[in-house]
Design a protein around this ligand. Structure first.
Ligand SMILES: CC(C)(COP(=O)(O)OP(=O)(O)OC[C@H]1O[C@@H](n2cnc3c(N)ncnc32)[C@H](O)[C@@H]1OP(=O)(O)O)[C@@H](O)C(=O)NCCC(=O)NCCS
Length: 342
């Protein structure tokens, strides 16, 4: 997520929306100063009820050193006897088919990331936010093992909200890009899931009808290569799974974004050069693509925002500022509300 002193109006809007929801958000990276500051900042603006998951002695001592007031912030100690026993039972039940022992479950749930994921699964919190300290795979693993995907979706992925100065494109310059953070080499089935969940993210965060482009170096068979065929197959699967969705591919980025190019390369296509959701064929393309737009084209990038999980477990960039963490708390609350309404 880019550091922003003046967040885009859509990001400010997400915070205002979240304030009305009163969600409980777990923050398991208690040893991170930005997390403590973000928890207090979120409390100060009534963004959510924050639940720090971690060692209460450390949290109280560090908060005092940083002059952070902890009133109205809950603390759950994953090592407290009763909490740990409940979590160990839940985790053992969930993972016994994978061959874990009760002792292994007991050890694992002392980890605040696992404790927060169990709290999220059971509905004791509505969302969780981590990733300021831990890399994406470490944050995602407990969420993938414990929270999992909702019925009908089997791939968790991530998207970025990209805010460009090109106001005549996308949703007044805004786009959803996916997947820039989670699935390295998606199969056609996984790519179809990424497209469908990215479309949901477009509705949720940009409040707009998604127009999904399944990007490739080929437009509708212009190149005959297995990579292009993969994207074509993903397009077919996504159209089958979500028949009402405006989604097309395989398509080159220029044909997806520029009506004049679309008229030449894809005159019969439904996107007509007006895509607002760009689904990249793999993680290399997705990660490099969003970074190029961010660094070379003065676009702000918000994410990675995890999508495709049954509950609102969110990741952060390790470079996230306090302000950005507060925004992700808001996004977790909004995603939690959307998932609860299903
Ligand atoms: C996300 C990631 C950590 C998953 O790692 P993995 O090695 O596939 O995970 P595991 O094989 O241990 O799988 C753990 C569980 O998650 C599931 N899983 C893995 N990826 C999944 C996905 N994208 N969606 C849904 N479930 C997934 C597995 O099926 C497994 O479930 P099970 O234990 O109940 O059988 C891995 O894909 C990854 O490292 N991605 C890149 C992240 C990254 O570095 N990003 C940097 C840019 S920000």
């Amino acid at each position: 997520m880019t550091d922003e002193r003046h967040p885009h109006p859509v990001i400010r809007g997400l915070r205002i929306q979240a304030m009305k929801l009163g969600k409980r958000i777990a923050m398991p990276e208690y040893a991170d100063d930005r997390t403590l500051r973000a928890a207090a900042a979120a409390r100060d603006i009534n963004l959510a009820q924050i639940v720090l998951v971690g060692d209460p002695d450390y949290i109280q001592k560090r908060a005092a050193e940083l002059r952070i007031e902890l009133s109205d912030i809950e603390i759950v100690n994953p090592e407290a006897e009763d909490v740990r026993r409940l979590h160990a039972e839940e985790f053992f039940e969930l993972r016994r088919h994978k061959g874990i022992s009760e002792q292994q479950a007991w050890e694992q749930v002392a980890d605040p990331l696992y404790a927060a994921a169990l709290m999220l699964r059971a509905g004791r919190v509505d969302g969780s936010v981590a990733g300021a300290l831990n890399p994406t795979p470490v944050v995602l693993k407990p969420l993938l093992q414990i929270v999992k995907c909702p019925p009908g979706i089997s791939t968790a992925s991530s998207c970025f909200i990209i805010a460009t100065p090109m106001e005549h494109m996308g949703v007044e310059g805004l786009f959803i890009f996916a997947d820039g953070g989670v699935v390295p080499n998606p199969t056609p089935e996984q790519l179809a899931d990424i497209a469908i969940t990215s479309a949901e993210s477009c509705r949720l965060y940009l409040n707009a009808e998604p127009r999904v482009a399944m990007l490739s170096f080929s437009t509708k068979g212009s190149a005959k290569h297995p990579d292009a065929v993969k994207v074509r197959e993903a397009t077919r699967l996504a159209q089958e799974k979500a028949p009402g969705l405006i989604l097309d591919g395989e398509i080159q980025a220029d044909a997806a974004l520029v009506p004049e190019v679309a008229a030449r390369k894809d005159s019969d296509g439904i996107l007509q050069g007006q895509a607002n959701v760009l689904v990249f064929p793999d993680l290399d393309a997705g990660n490099i693509g969003y970074k190029l737009v961010h660094r070379l084209a003065h676009a702000n990038a918000y994410g990675p925002l995890v999508q495709g999980l049954a509950k609102a477990g969110m990741d952060l960039s390790r470079g996230a500022s306090v302000n950005e963490i507060v925004t992700v708390i808001a996004i977790a609350a909004i995603r939690a509300e959307a998932l609860a309404g299903r």
